[in-house]
Design a protein around this ligand. Structure first.
Ligand code: SF4
Length: 175
């Protein structure tokens, strides 16, 4: 089995080429270096994020998970996901905020130490997205807790999420 896997890796027989447009360009990587410097300055070398799924279809979570893989490697910027809001600087919320998740989101927000940041990630989190005006949703994060940054997309790409976080830093540093 191991031999077979190694053979496939070396021969690249089953490797699906990564779409060119989805690579982080050298310019973006350079921005990323600056990104890291600003994270050092604003957050004292690390930005810890608690991801909150508030009724998402899970595609947004897949993209967030991809941020920690070796291609996007968000940890290189000093950013990582944590399991508890008590250890987080920011909440990254996905989904249209279903009525069932409304109270849980408020409690998670209050459990996050101040100054806490809130990122609405994905079209659903912005205004309900494809679930907008359904009886079961609140039409976005801002109708439940204050939002500092919006990242559009259904779902947003990992690069889109990184660029959204850069915009959050721009806002915090006044750039
Ligand atoms: S924005 Fe799109 S991908 Fe994300 S939770 Fe909503 S429907 Fe799913």
């Amino acid at each position: 089995m191991i031999k077979e896997i190694l053979k496939n890796i070396i021969s690249k027989t089953h490797v699906i080429p990564f779409p060119e447009g989805f690579r982080i360009s050298p310019e973006e990587a350079a921005k990323g270096m600056n990104f890291q410097e600003r994270i050092d300055k604003v957050f004292g070398r690390s930005l810890r994020i608690r991801q909150v799924d508030a009724g998402s279809c899970n595609a947004c979570e897949w993209e967030c998970t991809a941020l920690t893989n070796p291609i996007y490697d968000i940890q290189r910027f000093g950013i990582d996901f944590v399991a508890s809001p008590r250890h987080a600087d920011a909440l990254l919320v996905t989904g249209p905020i279903s009525r069932q998740m409304e109270l849980a989101l408020k409690k998670t927000y209050l459990a996050t130490p101040e100054p806490r940041l809130v990122i609405a990630c994905g079209d659903c989190a912005i205004d309900g997205g494809i679930y907008k005006d359904s009886y079961a949703v609140t039409n976005g994060v801002a109708n439940v807790i204050p939002v500092d940054c919006y990242i559009p997309g259904c779902p947003p790409t990992p690069v889109g999420i990184i660029l959204g976080l850069q915009q959050l830093l721009d806002k915090l540093t006044g750039e």
